[in-house]
Design a protein around this ligand. Structure first.
Ligand code: PGA
Length: 255
């Protein structure tokens, strides 16, 4: 049995006041979603302010990125240790916007995954195919390649502490959500990859979230699939009502 996690990826949105207000609304109503674990991932500059709001509540705090070095001459970067210092439990790594706009490779993301795990942070690691790759019938191959590159060198104990987010790039911010069947197919493939590379008992415990145009309207079908253990929500996480509406539909995954 896996407990579902609904995480909000606020991306580069909001300002200090609206980030704090959104976090407050979510904290106040979090008890209405007892079956979901909840997390919010504000922009780095608002982590401290939002962290104060969610401290001691059921809502976890996550960052959207980090660098793999602990400290040093890395202008503009933020270390995992700094994130921990601000009370983060989670960090999103390898989001497709970073892979495709900022040019991050799986090898680069892999270093961050190791660094996050070494610091006791829970990485939410994104994988997903482009539209052209899906249309060419290459989805399974792309997912396998990203999986092997991104999780290279992790032992079973480390793999158990990873959260995977399957985010088909064509579904992110487009309003074009994957059907529950399309998502389930890739989630099952990911679980099988974990079983092959580690063992079945590891595969059964790793949380695999779906992300890409999730809303309160389409969440039910996705969250009832046997291998979907929650959602990484972008646009809809910027409205408390939508985000909580998604979380209200969470339930333990059993397969
Ligand atoms: P979206 O973004 O829900 O706005 O499609 C999801 C994500 O990129 O994590």
């Amino acid at each position: 049995m896996r407990r579902q996690l609904i995480a909000g990826n606020w991306k580069m949105n909001l300002n200090r006041a609206s980030a704090v207000a959104l976090a407050l609304q979510i904290v106040e109503k979090a008890d209405g979603c007892p079956r979901a674990d909840l997390a919010v991932c504000p922009p780095a500059v608002y982590l401290e302010a939002v962290g104060k709001v969610v401290a001691g509540s059921r809502v976890g705090l996550g960052a959207q990125n980090m660098f793999y070095q602990l400290s040093g001459a890395f202008t503009g970067e933020i270390s995992g240790e700094m994130l921990r210092d601000l009370g983060c439990q989670y960090v999103i790594l390898g989001h497709s916007e970073r892979r495709n706009i900022l040019g991050e490779s799986s090898e680069f993301v892999n270093r961050k995954v190791h660094a996050a795990l070494n610091l006791g942070l829970t990485p939410m690691v994104c994988v997903g195919e482009l539209l052209a790759e899906r249309e060419a019938g290459d989805t399974a191959q792309v997912i396998r390649r990203q999986f092997d590159g991104t999780f290279s060198g992790l032992n079973a104990e480390e793999m158990l502490r990873v959260i995977i987010a399957y985010e088909p790039v064509w579904a992110i911010g487009t309003g074009k959500v994957a059907t529950p069947e399309q998502a389930q197919e890739v989630h099952l493939q990911l679980r099988q990859l974990i079983a092959e590379r580690y063992q079945e008992s590891v595969a059964q415990q790793v949380k695999i979230l779906y992300g890409g145009s999730v809303t309160a309207e389409n969440a039910g079908g996705l969250l009832s699939q046997p291998d979907i253990d929650g959602a990484l929500v972008g646009g809809a996480s910027l409205k408390a009502e939508q985000f909580l509406g998604i979380a209200a539909q969470a339930r333990d995954t059993q397969n």
